[in-house]
Ligand binder design. Sequence first.
Ligand SMILES: [Zn+2]
Ligand SMILES: [Zn+2]
Ligand SMILES: [Zn+2]
Length: 154
Amino acid sequence: MKKAQDYSSILEETGIRPTSTRLLIYEAIAGTKDTFSLGSLEAQLQSIDKSVIFRTLTLFHEHRLIHSVDDGSGSLKYCLCHNHGHCTNEEEHCHFYCECCGKTYCLDQDLIPHVDIPEGFIARKVNYIVKGTCAECAKHISPTRCPNKGKPSR
Ligand SMILES: [Zn+2]
Ligand SMILES: [Zn+2]
Ligand SMILES: [Zn+2]
């Protein structure tokens, strides 16, 4: 795990002034494995105003420090960019959405496959989601009878 001063240089490199609140939020994100939602981050950082968390998340996203993932669950999720903002669209990784527990995993090793788009089209964002049952859920259940089903997704 990196130290706070390393985080501030990461923010500075992308042109974000590293205030203590921003560093606290970035640290929480960096310590999160796989993806998180705005709601789960708010729950984790109860001392920070929700609107501040939202604005900071938007700022980080604009500077590509985090990736956004639309996993079809209805709530947008985010994950840390391990290239610290230097990912192009093509370098974004794939995700795995567990239909059982609602968790979205980062498949860091798997980059989104290249898609040829027709001439004149401008791609803005690519999401690549594999859906199914995660290893944790698969251990306990047959996919149709998931004990976790109905729990709020994170
Ligand atoms: Zn990235
Ligand atoms: Zn699962
Ligand atoms: Zn991810």
